[in-house]
Design a protein around this ligand. Structure first.
Ligand code: GLP
Length: 238
């Protein structure tokens, strides 16, 4: 996990050096926290022009709740890297009108997108952000119906607030990113990672749509690596 985190933070910094004003989309959850921690140790100078957008949020949770994606990102990335308000775009979890909040963020992306670097975790059920396995997926920022798997995520499990929905960037927002980093860590992700490696593209595993993207870097730890890889992938044992 430590090398996954260092490698990820190195690769993020490389992208920022190449394009200081880039728009970075950030997932939350357990997987990227080590990488964010590493980034936060570096000089804020490198990030003085970078812009960030939050990938997803739990609906109805207070923005300063310890389980919120907002507090997670504020604590791990936004404050340590001294990202000012003008350079951080964030779905508000506590709005009376979640649909209009999603339209607000979508309209920001329409004007300021596409995302240059999208940092994603792999949901246990194959979700990306809150694009959950379903018969149909949504392209743009939307109010998402959460699966039981997401509702059992460690960030909010046993939470007193009854979380009924999520707010999330959509599949097209993700797939039009110029570069995507997919981080996968831990033995509990082996099954879903193998499903992903099967290269079957299905709405029942939203992450499988990453196969349609020309520029995805998947960074994983040793425990998830399979014995054999599908043909055509560039593998780097860093
Ligand atoms: C949560 C988050 C996502 C995250 C995913 C994986 O639902 N909202 O942004 O990518 O689950 O989380 P983890 O890395 O903890 O497995």
């Amino acid at each position: 996990y430590n090398s996954l985190s260092s490698k990820t933070s190195e690769l993020i910094m490389k992208q920022v050096r190449a394009n200081p004003q880039l728009l970075i989309c950030t997932a939350t959850g357990g997987t990227p926290s080590g990488a964010y921690q590493e980034l936060s140790q570096h000089s804020t100078e490198l990030f003085s022009e970078a812009r960030f957008i939050k990938l997803d949020e739990w609906g109805g949770i207070p923005m300063d709740d310890p389980g919120s994606c907002e507090l997670y990102l504020q604590d791990k990335l936004i404050k340590p890297l001294a990202i000012d308000k003008e350079r951080y775009y964030s779905l508000n979890s506590q709005t009376d009108d979640a649909e209009s909040e999603c339209r607000r963020i979508q309209s920001f992306l329409d004007k300021n997108g596409p995302i240059a670097l999208c940092i994603l975790g792999l949901g246990l059920n194959g979700h990306l952000g809150f694009n959950e396995p379903a018969d149909e997926l949504r392209p743009f920022c939307h109010v998402a119906q959460l699966t039981q798997t997401s509702l059992s995520h460690p960030m909010i499990v046993n939470h007193e607030i009854d979380i009924r929905y999520g707010l999330s960037l959509g599949m097209a927002n993700i797939l039009t990113s110029q570069h995507i980093f997919l981080l996968v860590n831990g033995e509990h992700k082996i099954d879903i990672f193998n499903t992903l490696l099967s290269q079957s593209i299905t709405t029942q595993c939203p992450a499988s749509f990453l196969w349609t993207h020309p520029n995805v870097t998947c960074i994983l730890d040793e425990s998830v690596a399979p014995a054999t890889w599908p043909d055509g992938l560039e593998i780097d044992y860093a």
